[in-house]
Write a protein that binds this ligand. Structure first.
Ligand code: FAD
Ligand code: DHB
Length: 390
């Protein structure tokens, strides 16, 4: 099989790039290791920046987002019971974020690709990339034990942190920067009304907690747990008890609990691979970088990478202009590092770190007090949370 752009990974970034390219007459094939059902069963991101929403609209998958996406103009940050409301609209001159689940984004993209006869190969195995130094690289893979081959002009690695694409770049040609946190997030989805209209990010001596939502009848909650904890260690009852202890009393009192319909633990890490391009391979999204989820940046960064690469490919295929492809890595990394900084600093502010001493805890308190009392600090926070410009 031959195509113009071979995309490894059928998560949100691979599907979005494929859809945008298709609308401009550029062919691609997506290779996905799992089934569509499996990809849709992973409950992950919930908060979309305005830039991500605009890109989804450009990809003609904004209809359901605009119908049921919940526009938020602020969040609450609570520090040991004391609240600070960050009002994005006031602080940024009108910017907002939209609560719309990654599952829904991915489902909308699958539907659009199917409606346009986009080619997605599911359940692929043994994916390997070859001849990247030539103008005709190819990807070998297996489906149902049968060997297959995809020839293309460019290979795009949208295959997440554990994918093969990044590993194809020789060790001495890439630099990896990483920080692993000594805890994870236990998340649950429950068919209960959200405890608050706005998201609540809470620091408590027992650890971080987050109250989020998917709809007026579906809530998403997270608590910080020890790195070694297993889902089996956390009954629903234990989860609700712990959440109530970490959020403000008024919220705890009105929290509606119920059985979880999904429960999972995500480890937290900061990670960046440089460069994001090597020969004719381009890395996009989690394949190149990971942020701790505290700032809601992961999916949004994957979307901004897609934007840069899409524009670069458009210039190449429509005008023969290679400059965008040459600049892709630097351009994407510049935004990646700024979002890494934001996610890292918010993670430091809002989590309990077992190794922290009295001085560090005083600094954490001072950081919150400064945020609460300074409009400049709040504006800076809001600018990053709603998303830096592309
Ligand atoms: P992925 O979603 O990881 O997709 C990669 C795809 O590649 C997968 O489908 C995988 O099966 C496939 N694949 C892997 N290896 C291969 C292979 N060898 N061959 C073929 N296919 C392969 N981000 C936000 O912006 N906002 C949030 O609110 C937010 N909250 C989060 C909460 C949690 C608990 C977690 C865990 C993450 C959160 N994120 C959030 C991050 C966000 O989910 C990710 O950044 C996003 O999924 C990245 O998309 P991607 O397409 O780059 O990678
Ligand atoms: C959600 C996830 C996040 O990481 C975040 O910062 C906010 C909301 C969510 O899943 O709803």
């Amino acid at each position: 099989m031959r195509t113009q752009v071979g995309i490894i990974g059928g998560g949100p970034s691979g599907l979005l790039l494929s859809q945008l390219l298709h609308l401009q007459g550029i062919e691609s094939v997506v290779l996905e290791r799992k089934t569509q059902e499996y990809v849709l069963s992973r409950i992950r991101a919930g908060v979309l920046e305005a830039g991500t929403c605009d890109l989804l609209r450009k990809a003609k998958v904004g209809q359901n987002l605009d119908m049921v996406g919940d526009v938020h103009s602020g969040i609450d940050i609570v520090f040991n019971g004391e609240a600070c409301n960050i009002n994005f609209t006031r602080l940024t001159g009108g910017d907002t974020v939209t609560v719309y689940g990654q599952t829904e984004v991915t489902r909308d993209l699958y539907k659009a690709r199917e409606a346009m006869n986009g080619v997605i190969e599911y359940s692929v195995d043994d994916v390997a990339i070859h001849d990247l130094h030539t103008t005709s690289p190819h990807i070998s893979y297996k489906v149902d034990g049968q060997d297959k081959q995809l020839e293309c002009d460019f290979v795009v690695g949208c295959d997440g942190y554990h994918g093969v694409s990044r590993q194809t770049i020789p060790h001495h040609q890439r630099e990896e920067y990483e920080s692993v946190y000594p805890f994870g997030w236990l998340g649950i989805l429950s068919e209960t009304p959200p405890v608050s209209d706005e998201l609540i990010y809470a620091y408590h001596e027992r650890g971080f907690a987050l109250c989020s939502m998917r709809s007026p009848t579906l809530s998403r909650y997270y608590v910080q747990v020890d790195a070694g904890d297993k889902v089996e260690d956390w009954s629903d009852e234990r989860f609700w008890d712990e959440l109530k202890r970490r959020i403000p009393k008024q919220a705890a009192d009105r929290l509606v609990t119920g059985p979880s319909i999904e429960k999972s633990i995500a480890p937290l890490r900061s990670f960046v691979c440089e460069p994001m391009r090597w020969q004719n391979l381009f890395l996009v999204g989690d394949a190149a970088h990971i942020v701790p989820p505290t700032g809601a940046k992961g999916l949004n960064l994957a979307a901004s990478d897609v934007h840069y690469l899409y524009e670069a490919m458009l210039a190449y295929y429509q005008k023969g202009d290679k400059q965008g492809l040459e600049n892709y890595s630097d351009q994407a990394l510049s935004r990646v590092w700024k979002s890494e900084r934001f996610a890292w600093s918010l993670t430091k502010l809002l989590h309990y770190f077992p190794e922290d001493g009295v001085f560090t805890n005083k600094m954490r308190q001072a950081e919150f007090d400064y945020l609460k009392s300074s409009q400049a600090a709040q504006s800076s926070f809001a600018e990053s949370y709603v998303g830096l410009p592309y």
